[in-house]
Design a protein around this ligand. Structure first.
Ligand SMILES: Cc1ncc(C[n+]2csc(CCOP(=O)(O)OP(=O)(O)O)c2C)c(N)n1
Ligand SMILES: [Mg+2]
Length: 322
């Protein structure tokens, strides 16, 4: 087991709490038309995002999904600029032109959330080819849900990455549903990581994707392998989204009992128990982090609300790089 410093533990706890607080806050603000356009929350999946990225540097690159607020926060996106983007303001990370599914921060290696399901696989494979071609030892992560792995782009990208031994990790957060479609009704294999075998690459599984340390440990192993020039890998982690697919979801495809069962497996509570029981942190220290995050999120909302709308003249900026 890797030794994790107290500082790192607290940072991981803070990021999980930040993801939770941002999406819980947005869930309330959506009803007040704060969010421009559609948005998807990842409450319940915090451990997957933070565990996946705790071992990366800013030179390592990620491609996120439509459910990407957590990925952005785990990759240290500035909270004010993120909130401003969600509100469609000029001070946003994408100058207010993108919203929830166009959050990017290239300097920190975040190549963006993406409204096209399966849209990130090929982009990540291309970015990994750049790393190989230019001789860096950076790794690239292509995040996806379970449903997205039935897109042709997944199979084409994994095949190419495997054949060319590209430094890309296909990270699947299996929350059991693609909108209302149960993965078991859409896929003839119980586990998605086993698809790795068909491409001759390693496939890994974390059964408790709500255990941030289990995800982090597994990713440490995978990152080392991929950074070492051995080619790509697939990892599937099991988790669950507490809220509906998006802000428009009646939730008729799953029972309240199922949702309640998963709420009992709260990744933040689990981590808090670990930290206090192992005397890594006290309840007071963790409460202080929760309070700090609450303040940060409130400040970010106020920053967004008091920011100006973008000028129409910026609509066609940054669409072409010569
Ligand atoms: C190419 C494409 N097809 C369909 C959609 C509509 N859509 C948005 S999210 C989604 C389900 C994705 O499921 P999954 O990959 O499991 O991710 P999750 O929402 O569970 O995080 C679909 C079908 C889309 N955005 N893009
Ligand atoms: Mg899913």
């Amino acid at each position: 087991m890797t030794t994790i410093s107290k500082e790192k533990h607290l940072d991981m706890f803070l990021k999980m709490q930040r993801i939770r607080d941002v999406d819980m806050t947005l869930n309330k603000l959506v009803r007040r038309n704060f969010v421009q356009g559609m948005t998807h929350f990842s409450v319940g999946e915090e451990a997957a995002a933070v565990g996946a990225m705790a071992g990366l540097t800013y030179d390592d690159i990620i491609f996120s999904t439509h459910r990407g607020h957590g990925h952005c926060i785990a990759k240290d996106m500035d909270l004010n600029k993120m909130m401003a983007e969600l509100a469609g303001k000029a001070t946003g990370v994408s100058k207010g032109r993108g919203g929830s599914m166009h959050l990017a921060d290239i300097e920190k290696g975040n190549y963006g959330t993406n409204g096209i399901v399966g849209g990130g696989f090929a982009l990540a494979t291309g970015a990994a080819l750049t790393q190989q071609y230019t001789g860096t030892d950076n790794v690239v992560i292509a995040f996806s849900g379970d449903g997205a792995t039935n897109e042709g782009s997944f199979h084409e990208s994994v095949n190419m990455a495997a054949t060319w031994k590209l430094p890309v990790i296909f990270f699947i957060t299996n929350n059991r549903y693609g909108i209302s479609m149960d993965i078991a009704k859409a896929t003839n294999t119980p586990h998605l990581y086993t698809r790795a075998e068909a491409y001759g690459i390693p496939g890994h599984y974390v059964e408790d994707g709500n255990d941030v340390l289990a995800v982090y440990e597994k990713m440490q192993e995978i990152i080392e392998y991929v950074r070492g020039g051995n080619g790509p890998a697939i990892i599937e982690v099991q988790s669950y989204r507490w809220f509906g697919h998006s802000t428009a979801d009646a939730g008729v495809y799953r029972t309240k009992e199922e949702v309640d069962e998963w709420k009992k497996k709260d990744p933040i509570k689990k981590y808090r128990t670990y930290l206090t029981e192992n005397k890594i942190a006290t309840d007071e220290e963790l409460d202080a982090i929760v309070a700090q995050v609450k303040q940060e999120v409130q400040d970010a909302v106020e920053f967004a609300q008091s920011s100006p709308d973008p000028d129409l003249s910026v609509a066609f900026e940054d669409v072409w790089v010569d």
